[in-house]
Design a protein around this ligand. Structure first.
Ligand code: ZN
Length: 244
C-alpha cells in the first residue's frame, strides 16, 4: 500500500493535477487529503470535484471551514480575505455542505490525519517547532500522523518521553522506526511557503516503512493567469512564483 498524502491545495487546479499524475506514476494506490481544498487560488470548484471523486479520507482545513460558513470573515490577512470572499460566491450550496461536514481528525488504516494540530484541531494553531509538536504528540495515538497548515514540509519524531526532534525531510526519505512517533507535514500542493514554488506532497510507503516528500513542477503561469483573470489580488499570483 502506497499512500499519497496531499493538502493545502488551495484551489490550484494545475498543481493538484500535476501532483495526482506524479502520485500515479509513483504507483500510489491510496489517497488521503489533509484539508484546505479551497482559498487563495482560482479553481475552488474544480479542486473540490477532483478531491471528492477520489473518494478518500479528507480532514477539514481552516479555509474549508471559513468558505463553507456565512459568518463574517474575521482575523484573516487581506489576501486570504479577498480569496475566501470570492470563493464563497463561487461554490454551490452542496459543495459548502460537503466542506461543513468534513471531520477535524481521522484515522486512516493505522495512521492519523489532521490539518493543523492534534491538541486543539479546531483552534488552527501552527506546528512550527518541536514545542508545538510536543503538544500534538500528547494527543497522538498512532505511530504516524500527517498534517498541513504551515505549507512547509517538515517532520518531528519522538521516542518515548524524550523531547521531539526536528527532521528536515525536503526531498528526502525518512524511515519510520518502530517505537517512535512521527508528526509529518506533507507540505502544500497549491501554495508552498518554503521558497520552492513546486507543488509538494508526501508518499507513505507502508511496505517499505518510509515517507518521502515529492516536489512536482506544474503550469504555474496558467495558475497565475487564472488568479488575475478572476479579479483576485495580484499578490496571490506573485507569491505562487516566490513559493511563500
Ligand atoms: Zn492552507
Amino acid at each position: 500500500m502506497k499512500f499519497c498524502l496531499f493538502g493545502d491545495i488551495h484551489a490550484n487546479l494545475e498543481a493538484l493535477e500535476a501532483v495526482l499524475r506524479d502520485a500515479e506514476a509513483q504507483e500510489c494506490d491510496r489517497y488521503a487529503c489533509l484539508g484546505d481544498i479551497v482559498g487563495y487560488n482560482a479553481n475552488p470548484r474544480e479542486c473540490l470535484e477532483i478531491v471528492r471523486s477520489l473518494d478518500c479520507p479528507v480532514v477539514k482545513g481552516n479555509h474549508d471551514e471559513e468558505c463553507s460558513r456565512d459568518t463574517p470573515l474575521e482575523g484573516l490577512n487581506p489576501l486570504a480575505f479577498a480569496a475566501l470572499t470570492w470563493a464563497r460566491e463561487q461554490i454551490h450550496e452542496s459543495e459548502a455542505e460537503y466542506l461543513r461536514k468534513l471531520r477535524m481528525v481521522r484515522q486512516v488504516t493505522d495512521f492519523t490525519i489532521v490539518h493543523a494540530t492534534l491538541d486543539t484541531p479546531a483552534g488552527w494553531s501552527y506546528v512550527q517547532n518541536k514545542f508545538d509538536a510536543m503538544a500534538s504528540f500528547n494527543y497522538q495515538f498512532t505511530s504516524v500522523c500527517f498534517y498541513g497548515h504551515t505549507h512547509v514540509p517538515v517532520a518531528f519524531a519522538q521516542s518515548g518521553s524524550e523531547r521531539p526532534a526536528k527532521i528536515e525531510i525536503s526531498e528526502e526519505t525518512i524511515a519510520i522506526e518502530p517505537g517512535k512517533k512521527y508528526f509529518i507535514n506533507a507540505g502544500s500542493v497549491g501554495q508552498p511557503r518554503d521558497g520552492d514554488w513546486r507543488a509538494a506532497y508526501a508518499i507513505f510507503d507502508k511496505a517499505a516503512g518510509t515517507v518521502t516528500i515529492r516536489r512536482v513542477e506544474y503550469d504555474i503561469d496558467r495558475a497565475m493567469e487564472k488568479i488575475l483573470d478572476a479579479g483576485l489580488p495580484e499578490g496571490l499570483a506573485q507569491r505562487l512564483g516566490e513559493g511563500r
